[in-house]
Write a protein that binds this ligand. Structure first.
Ligand code: NAP
Length: 284
């Protein structure tokens, strides 16, 4: 059984990105802006995690922290302010947003060329057409983990549990592009256990602590756990790691699994945006 630590893999990605940015010494730094509305502690902790990661590779980071009660028009104006700033390469609107804000309208306001989370209609369309664009970071992280583990997806039965726009749905698209045969499951799926038990690869993104146990696992399966849950004051995934570990061939832990890879691809997408904005200017 192989445990794949996304934390180690992401350290390699970050080192490469740092080297890439070092080629632009003397020019303006790459710059990521995170817009956060309200005081959700989990969102703040995610935003500060992004700050730390940016600064570690020499990327500028701005957190624009806005009051919970902000009017939608005012928020859209602030996003537009960053859309037109030439020294901003990437913009993230931290989710979830307070209920009075229309999430789709807010996300759609981010300029596609700065939408490094890949959540605008434009970038979603690019993903589904498999054309160049920004793809969501967590699915990219999962694909990189599968590649690092040497998993051949071609013709394999893959089940993705969870169909969110952020994780499950784009991931199903990426897997299909690699010739996997994908079953996209959700809360209304019947016979979920049977489907999972027939899957060579199982990717779980539902947000239910330790929901998947040995009853869902085919012997020798590859299991990727995207879930992040808090249980008795500790972080845990959607998979009961200890219960399935003797059955699987490859598994990711939580923490130190998919989460750090999401951050690595957020940085990678921002570096791509920066390089495009800087044209051919480097010290190479
Ligand atoms: P989400 O938007 O709440 O979507 C959850 C999905 O799971 C939905 O499609 C839902 O089905 C499905 N689901 C819920 N209960 C289920 C059940 N009992 N059986 C089958 N399907 C079920 O969540 P998300 O944003 O995709 O996130 C999922 C998890 O991944 C969360 O724990 C989140 O914290 C974590 N996450 C981690 C990272 C990372 O970097 N590691 C990044 C993003 C998210 P319906 O569509 O039918 O409601």
């Amino acid at each position: 059984m192989q445990v794949i630590y996304g934390s180690e893999l992401s350290a390699q990605y970050k080192a490469e990105l740092k080297e890439e940015l070092a080629k632009y010494a003397g020019f303006r730094p790459a710059h990521l802006v995170v817009i956060m509305v309200g005081d959700n502690p989990a969102s703040l902790s995610y935003a500060l995690g992004k700050k730390k990661a940016c600064e570690a590779i020499g990327m500028r980071f701005t957190l624009r922290h806005l009051p919970e009660a902000i009017a939608e028009d005012e928020l859209l104006e602030i996003i537009n302010e960053y859309n037109y700033k030439e020294d901003v390469d990437g913009i993230i609107v931290q989710l979830p947003l307070p209920k009075h804000l229309n999430e789709r309208r807010v996300l759609e306001t981010v300029l596609a060329s700065k939408d490094i989370d890949g959540l605008t209609t434009y970038n979603m369309g690019k993903l589904f057409l498999q054309e160049k664009g920004f793809y969501p970071c967590t699915p990219l992280g999962v694909m990189a983990i599968l590649k690092a583990a040497g998993v051949d997806l071609r013709g394999k039965r893959v089940s993705v549990i969870g169909r969110s726009m952020l994780v499950g749905l784009p991931l199903a698209r990426l897997l299909t592009a690699q010739d996997a045969t994908v079953t996209l499951c959700h809360s209304k799926t019947e016979k979920l256990q049977d489907i999972c038990k027939q899957s060579d690869i199982l990717i779980v993104a539902i947000g239910k602590a330790r929901f998947i146990d040995h009853e869902y696992i085919k012997e020798g399966a590859v299991v990727i756990d995207v879930g992040v849950n808090r249980l008795d004051g500790h972080l845990c995934g959607d998979v009961d790691f200890d219960d399935v570990k003797d059955l699987v061939s490859v598994i990711t832990p939580v923490p130190k699994g998919v989460g750090p890879m999401t951050i690595a691809f957020l940085l990678s997408n921002t570096v791509d945006a920066y390089k495009r904005n800087m044209g051919g200017n480097t010290n190479d």
